[in-house]
Ligand binder design. Sequence first.
Ligand SMILES: [Zn+2]
Length: 294
Amino acid sequence: MEWKETLARLAAPENEARFEALTQELARRGLSYELQESDETTSSDSAFFFRAPAAPKTVHVRNVITRTAPEGPHVLLGAHYDTHEGSCGANDNAAAVCILLALAEELKRRGIAAEIVFFDGEETGMTGSKLYARSMDRQNITGMVNLDMCGYGDTVVVRRKKNDRALAPFFDKQRLKRFSGREVNYLPPSDDASFIAERMGTANIAVMPEWDAAFMPALDQYASFSLGIPPELRQQMAQLEIMSTLHGGVRDKVECVQDSAMQLAYDFVLDALTAPPEKGFFARLRERGKGAQE
Ligand SMILES: [Zn+2]
């Protein structure tokens, strides 16, 4: 897949240019889309690594929504397309936008129902995803899958906040093993938070180098949103390789995003989305019984 060409178009430092590039990409692929627009008040709860909380202000938010099949129950896939000020936002989060564009095309081709939302405003307190979550068709959404930082590294990292059957394939141990993935309790806050607040099942997906992924369990006790990360751990986190791909770091460049990382995330999500429905306990027992007779 031609990941880098699309990425180069999407990874602009200005949010307006990112919006233009995204809508052009959708049109180019024959994917129709809707805009959801509103003036929203920012909050500082996405202030994570080095940012001081900012005073609330009003921002114009534009979410871009595309659907792959007619009505009915469906999964919601999301990634923010906006970027942190001063960053080209290649890994955060144009890489995930590329992956979602490719997934939208493929799911549409296969007739698999999904709603795909490119959120604005993640970097201004998740204003875009909060707007979306407030007004979504809750009845028909079976679960929310969020992609953030999926362009660097060799390990898929998945966090869940609520057990949800529809999303079980994303946490299936065999599948995670096949994609050199692991489940973690802590990942930096992202747009999935807006859906967790609505008590929806979520899977938040990132890709990172194996050693960074191995460090995540050290942060498990800070998995609650209400707790901050103590300064000594914050310093350690800043040393992680993945951090250099964000917010103006030395690897915050299109050239540093890896095709292999994007392909890995794409393959993992597609595999989980197209997995046969999980068998119930009794069906598994019956099968085991049959196996024993043979
Ligand atoms: Zn992000």
